[in-house]
Design a protein around this ligand. Structure first.
Ligand SMILES: C[S@@+](CC[C@H](N)C(=O)[O-])C[C@H]1O[C@@H](n2cnc3c(N)ncnc32)[C@H](O)[C@@H]1O
Length: 251
């Protein structure tokens, strides 16, 4: 594992720790993220659409949220029947999450996902705005770890940003060709973090290479979302040539 990636992962954790008190401005489209009322309305409409898709999957049982942040999705997940484990590396966002969700049924785990050892399997795994922060060199290892954490009939659902010229803050980098971008806090401190903008075709292809079938969609402007299933757990009728090749790969 290249040292430069460890430095990036550490810097990214530091960035989100510092950003915790201002993180929700991004969701509410305030401050640097305010692009006017029409944009905000569209943003929340599309966000709502993804929330509906999550709802439609009827999450239940042992649920896991990775990189749970301040609880914008934890709130919704905590309403479903079952138990929820919420993981994040930042104690600051976990404190905000606890205060927002106020549920004794959520088990919070402060932990770096790249060092995480799952202590059980999960029926439903969710991550919001996380996969874009996984360094390309750790992409395969991340999904391998997830495979071990997923119950035999488990579901993985995630959402992330699509690249959109106006969705970010004007002083935030959003270069499609780069895997790291500049981020600036309200007080001017600057960080370089991992941010990989994915489209459904590209991400599906990246997943296929490591043995996962993605079923990915986009909203009109802002989000990419969908499910991912390990090839070996696909129903036979969905298990097309790629999956066969995956099973026959040299070990
Ligand atoms: C873009 S935020 C998404 C938060 C939340 N899922 C949401 O949708 O609002 C990314 C989150 O990943 C967390 N994070 C960054 N690097 C991490 C790591 N290596 N391990 C665990 N969490 C990490 C940050 O603390 C932050 O809360």
């Amino acid at each position: 594992m290249p040292d430069s990636d460890q430095l990036l992962v550490d810097a990214q954790i530091r960035y989100y720790r510092q950003r915790a008190p201002e993180y929700d401005e991004w969701y509410y489209r305030r401050g640097h993220f305010d692009h006017g009322p029409d944009h905000t309305r569209l943003w929340h409409e599309e966000y709502g659409l993804v929330r509906d898709r999550l709802d439609a999957l009827k999450p239940s049982g042992r649920m896991l949220e990775l990189a749970c942040g301040t609880g914008l999705w934890t709130e919704q997940l905590a309403r479903y029947n079952g138990t929820l484990t919420a993981i994040d590396a930042s104690p600051e966002v976990l404190a905000l999450n606890r205060a927002r969700v106020r549920s004794v049924d959520v088990r919070y785990q402060p932990c770096d996902i790249f060092r995480w050892e799952p202590d059980q399997t999960y029926d439903f795994v969710f991550f919001g705005f996380w996969i874009s922060h996984v360094p390309p060199s750790r992409f395969a290892a991340f999904w391998d770890r997830l495979r071990t954490a997923l119950a035999p009939d488990g579901t993985v659902f995630f959402v992330d940003n699509r690249h959109h010229a106006d969705a970010s803050a004007p002083n935030h980098g959003a270069n499609l060709r780069r895997t790291t971008q500049r981020r600036v806090l309200n007080d001017g401190r600057t960080f370089e973090i991992v941010k990989v903008f994915n489209d459904p075709e590209g991400l599906t292809a990246r997943l296929e290479l490591i043995g996962w079938r993605g079923d990915l969609r986009t909203t009109d402007n802002f989000f990419i979302y969908g499910t991912a299933t390990p090839f070996e757990r696909l129903k036979p009728e969905a298990n097309k040539a790629g999956a066969v090749m995956w099973h026959q790969r040299p070990s």
